[in-house]
Ligand binder design. Structure first.
Ligand code: T6T
Length: 331
């Protein structure tokens, strides 16, 4: 197996840790670090997004429990241009395993291949790449189902008739592409409904806001808008309020960061399709540790987690609110 060298190093880790702990006072700290468990690296799509911050929390808690150091490092925008240099810097540090949310289905293939060639196992978490042969596991949500659920929520609001629109991030992101596909397929099942427009905001709430303002002017009879992620839904919701169209134009969003949750409680966003990023992060760490401990065969190749649907009516229910995203990483 490609990662045998690393797995062996980790099987020896508990013993090495005990010896080193006993000798900690006498031994130089650099020696102790080199012989400890391999460092796990988690690279989010973007560091300022509550979705990935919540994922970090799940990963950090699990890594702490299992006794593995975790590096969380990513770009300040959701783009290969900022993510690839992060990967290059990480490769030089030779982590034990890489867990990554690739910002593009194809642009990240070669950078990820470099880790595989360096015998570093790679797990995708949230988004993925089209070359699954490079990945030990792919962890994500059921994005197609989430898109369908968004369409059905908008259709119910619109009494199954009229025009709707989508504000998406950009093409080439596995998750949001699937959400859009699921949404379009579900709307197509309503004979009296039509998708009037699909716009891309490049993961910017400001762009989503402006695009929504223009859509509301161009399609005055618009019944609803689907914002496919945190920043899209936030921009759509705020633009609908600014246009005085709350209650006339339905907003269905993905994810659950604080601004979205506020809009949900106010009845601007009427439905949020919420993911389980903390669980995704925790599973990624468990799988990475399994692989490094010689138990790669126990790790599923793909796993899709269920979404949780929140509505304005259920927003204060603790069983739902427990899934809302956090804004502070764990140390
Ligand atoms: O919706 C999540 C994530 O699943 C998607 O891949 C990118 O956007 C988010 O991070 C939310 O902003």
């Amino acid at each position: 197996m490609l990662w045998q060298k690393r797995a062996t190093r980790n099987r020896a880790a508990p013993l090495a840790r005990t010896i080193l702990a006993a000798a900690a006072i006498a031994v130089a700290p650099t020696v102790a670090r080199a012989a400890g468990p391999a460092t796990l690296a988690l690279v989010p799509g973007i560091t300022t997004d509550a979705f990935y911050i919540t994922m970090q929390r799940g990963a950090a808690a699990e890594a702490k429990k299992l006794g593995y150091p975790l590096i969380w490092q990513g770009g300040a925008s959701f783009s290969p241009e900022t993510q690839i240099p992060v990967l290059q810097a990480l490769l030089a540090k030779q982590p034990g395993a890489l867990m990554i949310a690739p910002t593009d289905t194809t642009a990240l293939i070669n950078p990820i291949r470099q880790f595989v060639q360096a015998h570093i196992p790679v797990i995708s978490v949230d988004t993925t790449i089209t070359d699954a042969s490079l990945l030990q596991s792919q962890i994500t949500s059921n994005n197609t189902q989430g898109g369908e659920a968004a369409a059905n929520a908008i259709a119910a609001f619109a009494h199954q008739t009229g025009e709707v629109a989508v504000i998406n991030v950009k093409p080439g992101i596995s998750t949001t592409d699937e959400r859009q596909k699921g949404f379009l397929a579900a709307i197509a099942k309503y004979p009296n409904m039509k998708v009037a427009a699909i716009e891309y905001d490049d993961d910017s709430p400001t762009n989503a806001f402006t695009e929504t303002q223009l859509l509301l002017l161009k399609y005055p009879k618009l019944k609803g808008i689907f914002g496919t992620n945190v920043f899209s839904a936030e921009g759509v919701g705020k633009a609908v309020v600014a246009a005085g169209k709350k209650g006339n134009v339905d907003v269905v969003g993905y994810d659950a960061e604080p601004d979205e949750v506020n809009l949900l409680k106010q009845g601007v966003i009427t439905t949020l399709i919420i993911q389980q990023p903390a669980r995704e992060g925790s599973l990624a760490v468990q799988y990475a540790v399994d692989i490094l401990s010689g138990k790669a065969s126990a790790v599923p190749k793909t796993i899709q987690l269920d979404n949780v649907v929140a509505t304005t009516a259920t927003a204060n229910d603790p069983n739902v609110a427990q899934y809302f995203y956090q804004t502070q990483t764990l140390p």
